[in-house]
Design a protein around this ligand. Structure first.
Ligand SMILES: Cc1cc2nc3c(=O)[nH]c(=O)nc-3n(C[C@H](O)[C@H](O)[C@H](O)COP(=O)(O)O)c2cc1C
Length: 185
């Protein structure tokens, strides 16, 4: 199969997650194109058998560039199997309010773009203090405090469960229809 992984990232964790997915899917014999949505101009989505879109939540919204990409490609995305990797810190815990918030943000993204993914994986992201400016570091330290998370000054903290994420990818790819119109693998 020929698979597209198109991602948007603000601080880099979604890029890591998208790369992990690309490596995992390539390792089992698929052809994978990994693309930052910022570089997607002229992309012919019809070449792919299936697509993964990935983005992260920042102040209640996924990246605008990802929303633009999904909006522009909504018609073609509806014709192929799709997976949305929705990265956030809310997904790191079990707080019902946080999960209700995730569902709301996802619904807004779907309504706003006109794209409804076949499958959604909420993936826990990371605090990336090495990437934050002073004000974001301050805001994120407050959030960490409110959640009772111990943060070492200036140190990143990753919540992504790579084993669980890998298993979710394996399950998604195993369920794909075997022969695609533009199959290359
Ligand atoms: C300024 C800022 C705002 C954020 N807002 C939210 C939020 O509203 N909900 C949430 O669950 N996570 C939120 N996060 C956590 C990010 O989704 C998480 O850090 C993720 O790993 C970022 O991915 P990226 O490195 O690809 O940008 C926020 C992070 C930052 C820095």
């Amino acid at each position: 199969m020929f698979l597209l992984i198109a991602y948007a990232t603000t601080d880099g964790q979604t890029r890591r997650i998208a790369r992990f997915a690309a490596d995992r899917l390539a390792a089992v014999g698929h052809s994978v194109e990994l693309l930052n949505v910022e570089d997607s101009e002229g992309l012919d989505l019809a070449r792919f058998d299936a697509a993964i879109l990935a983005g992260s939540l920042h102040a209640g919204g996924y990246q605008k560039a990802l929303a633009r990409f999904a909006t522009d490609q909504a018609t073609l995305l509806a014709l192929m199997p799709t997976l949305f990797l929705a990265v956030s810190l809310s997904a790191a815990g079990n707080d019902p309010d946080d999960w209700a918030g995730l569902r709301k943000c996802l619904a807004e993204f779907e309504t706003g773009t006109g794209w409804t993914p076949d499958r959604v994986e909420h993936v826990a992201g990371a605090f990336r203090f090495s990437e934050y400016d002073f004000f974001r570091a301050w805001a994120m330290r407050r959030i960490a405090d409110q959640k009772g998370e111990a943060i070492e000054a200036g140190k990143d903290k990753e919540y992504t469960d790579w084993a669980a994420f890998g298993a979710a990818l394996d399950s998604w790819v195993a369920d794909l229809p075997k022969a695609g119109a533009a199959s290359a693998g």
